[in-house]
Design a protein. Structure first.
Length: 355
């Protein structure tokens, strides 16, 4: 395979792209003192946000004041569900628009979180333009707040998701992606980022623990699920090692994995979310496994994190080719049927910084 060919990964035409940006503003005593109560504060700020968003042609914007974590997924219909710790947004960027305030009576928020969901076509190629519009929005919003010393943390999340076995199901058409890092992509489109940017790139895969998979590895009345989890862990780590992938996690404890840069983030897991931290600059192997032999879960999550050296000028194409090869080896080893079962890969690119 030629070098230029290795630097591209060929993804199915049906791959879906998503982008959302969050702006987090700490709710301080000084901010709250400007309003008679929490609810008035949240209502006033959300009105300000929504009016300004209209001016910047930002069409799917939400304000979260109950400290729940936004999770964004593609769906042909628009839905929004709240759990104890998360708000799940399902939408199609081509035609769904919305504005919502998520609040909780008499609750003091730790932070005001504004969520901007990208809308329109060609989400990935328009990502720099979307980021610039959000930045312009924030540059106008901050002076309008009743106190001036507030800081805002921006997180830009971009995902590409697709079935690893799309070709086996008859979807033959593919596109070549170089998967360039966000910073050079934005720079090429005149969207300048500050110096203090933290970035992280990783892949997640959710594997439903099917009846067939369980039957093959567990006796009928099993209450100790170690053989199943140990087999999945061993097989995954072996397949990853064959492609020199060294930042790895397996989460099979019923929690949703949330991946962060351990150098910049304080990690605290909650009842629904398993925080896992990786340092993309560290050279030593980083392996995190969380599963419970007494608890049979519906799905196991596998994470492969890119290191700083995995991105060259061309992008993450070579890294993703290694990831795909490793995951195909893993899937074959555990007996996934490519024609009947999906193995959905999500390629994540995140950046965050404070202004």
């Amino acid at each position: 395979m030629s070098l230029s060919h290795q630097q591209k990964v060929y993804l199915p035409k049906e791959a879906r792209t998503k982008q959302f940006i969050t702006a987090e503003i700490k709710v301080t005593d000084a901010l709250l003192s400007q309003y008679p109560d929490y609810q008035t504060c949240y209502q006033s700020l959300s009105r300000l946000v929504f009016n300004l968003a209209e001016q910047h042609d930002l069409r799917n914007v939400h304000v979260i004041t109950n400290d729940k974590l936004p999770v964004v997924r593609f769906h042909t219909e628009a839905y929004c569900f709240q759990t104890t710790e998360q708000i799940l947004f399902f939408y199609n960027p081509a035609y769904h628009e919305a504005q919502n305030l998520f609040t909780q009576e008499n609750y003091r928020a730790r932070k005001l979180r504004i969520v901007f969901l990208a809308t329109g076509e060609d989400i990935r190629s328009n990502s720099a333009s979307f980021h610039s519009r959000v930045r312009e929005f924030l540059n106008q919003l901050m002076p309008k707040l009743p106190i001036s010393e507030l800081k805002v943390k921006i997180r830009d999340h971009q995902h590409l998701s697709y079935d690893l076995f799309a070709k086996s199901k008859g979807y033959k058409e593919t596109y070549g992606y170089k998967l360039r890092a966000i910073e050079p992509r934005y720079k090429a489109r005149k969207c300048e980022l500050p110096e203090n940017v933290s970035s992280l790139t990783y892949v997640t895969v959710s594997l439903p623990l099917s009846r067939r998979l369980k039957q093959g590895l567990l006796p009928d009345s099993a209450t100790d699920f170690t053989p199943l989890y140990q087999h999945l862990e061993d097989s995954f780590l072996k397949a990853a090692a064959s492609r020199q992938l060294t930042r790895l996690a397996m989460i099979a404890n019923g929690l949703t994995p949330l991946v962060r840069n351990s150098k910049f983030e304080k990690l605290d897991s909650k009842t629904e979310v398993q925080m896992i931290g990786f340092d993309p600059n560290a050279l030593e192997q980083q392996v995190i496994c969380h599963w419970d032999a007494d608890n049979l879960v519906e799905a196991a999550h596998f994470i492969i994190v890119a290191g700083t050296k995995d991105a060259d000028d061309a992008g993450f194409g070579r890294f993703m080719n290694n990831v795909e090869t490793a995951l195909k080896t893993f899937a074959a080893d555990i007996g996934v049927d490519p024609e009947r079962e999906d193995l959905v890969i999500r390629f994540h690119q995140h950046i965050s910084y404070q202004i």
